[in-house]
Design a protein around this ligand. Structure first.
Ligand code: NAD
Length: 325
């Protein structure tokens, strides 16, 4: 049984807990949010944790298992025995994920880390930590959500038909009932809009975000995003990062996807034919399903890699996720 922790207990963190609930091979034993953490070596009660977060503002209020703390990540790392963590944290500021990684190394923690990081520049910071992670005995798999993640891996598989890859075009459609369910995701998306920076999006109050969404009828249209699919495909030798394009539409007022999420991989075969492979996600699959499923598939792969002595930093385009039973 793989003992799993989830850092961040917002939209994705709670969906991750739900995804894990029926699994035989993995058990959620630890979780943290900004104001506290919960740990139970026999497995956390999802409903108790979700109720504490919803009604009292932090998982730290969960009776019997919760602890309130303003330093929840560092304290949980020390307190909990965990094989691997899914980092479902906001990457705000843009250096946050790298700083959390440093915290794991400073604590002398060893195990598997998986993230669903989105920005190229944030992943570049992690890449500089590669030798340190290897030395620390941590197997870190980055970019393991939907995009980057599932779609980047699909592009890597699709590229195998070609002698040369000309373009990888990722187009995503996301539908959520309200933006408050995924605050970090929406703030980070706003940071990709023309005229916005990560720091500006981080500094926006909830009312300011709501006012912006009122102006657009709840829709965010994103083009030419700085998305780490590009660096991941470049590192995997598929194509240069300039050939990778990511954009999409997020509807924050309707759970139905505004368009079907897909990746198109265009290339030239060894016979000289130009062709395009398209991989389209089912419209009924939510963002949460397409992020959390792959994240744990990669976490399982990471555990197996670590058992073989492989540590350091790898991306979702270099490793095949393994299905968690
Ligand atoms: P959210 O805002 O719903 O939740 C964030 C959680 O992190 C909250 O529980 C908050 O309390 C906790 N948190 C914040 N600061 C903390 C700290 N210092 N210590 C401990 N916990 C802290 O976030 P979300 O919408 O679930 O998004 C999480 C991340 O997933 C974002 O970075 C988003 O960009 C990413 N994401 C990736 C993909 C993908 O396909 N790769 C898709 C969607 C979202």
């Amino acid at each position: 049984m793989i003992k799993v922790g989830v850092l961040g207990f917002g939209g994705l963190g709670q969906a991750a807990a739900q995804v894990l609930a029926p699994k035989q091979e993995m058990c959620l034993v630890a979780a943290a949010d900004k104001a506290g953490y919960a740990y139970d070596p026999d497995g956390l009660d999802l409903h108790r944790c979700a109720a504490a977060y919803r009604d009292q503002g932090s998982i730290g209020h969960a009776a019997g298992v919760g602890t309130l703390s303003t330093n929840s990540i560092a304290e949980l790392i020390q307190a909990a025995e965990v094989d691997g963590y899914f980092l479902a944290l906001p990457n705000l500021p843009n250096t946050f994920m790298a700083s959390v990684t440093q915290q794991f190394m400073d604590a002398g923690w060893q195990g598997v880390l998986v993230d669903a990081l989105k920005r190229t520049s944030a992943m570049e910071q992690l890449l500089t930590l590669r030798p340190a992670l290897q030395k620390a005995g941590i197997t870190y798999l980055t970019g393991c959500g939907a995009t980057p993640g599932l779609l980047t891996a699909a592009a890597t598989v699709a590229a195998q038909s070609y002698a040369e890859v000309h373009s990888v075009t990722i187009t995503f459609g996301v539908g959520i009932v309200n933006w408050e369910a995924y605050r970090a995701t929406i703030r980070e998306d706003i940071a990709h809009l023309p005229g916005f920076t990560v720091d500006q999006a981080k500094a926006m109050t909830d009312d300011e975000v709501a006012a912006l969404l009122d102006k657009t009828n709840g829709i965010l249209k994103l083009e030419n995003m700085e998305h780490a699919d590009d660096i991941m495909l470049e590192l995997a030798g598929i194509c240069g990062r300039d050939r990778v394009t990511v954009g999409g539409i997020v509807d924050t007022r309707n759970p139905e996807k505004p368009l079907s999420t897909n990746v198109q991989v265009t290339g030239r075969t060894f016979e000289g034919k130009i062709s395009t492979h398209t991989f389209t996600l089912g419209d009924e699959t939510s963002m949460a399903a397409n992020v959390c499923g792959p994240a744990f598939g990669y976490l399982k792969a990471g555990v197996n890699l670590r058992q073989k002595g492989i540590t350091g930093l790898l991306t979702a385009a270099e490793v095949m996720p393994q299905f968690v039973c």
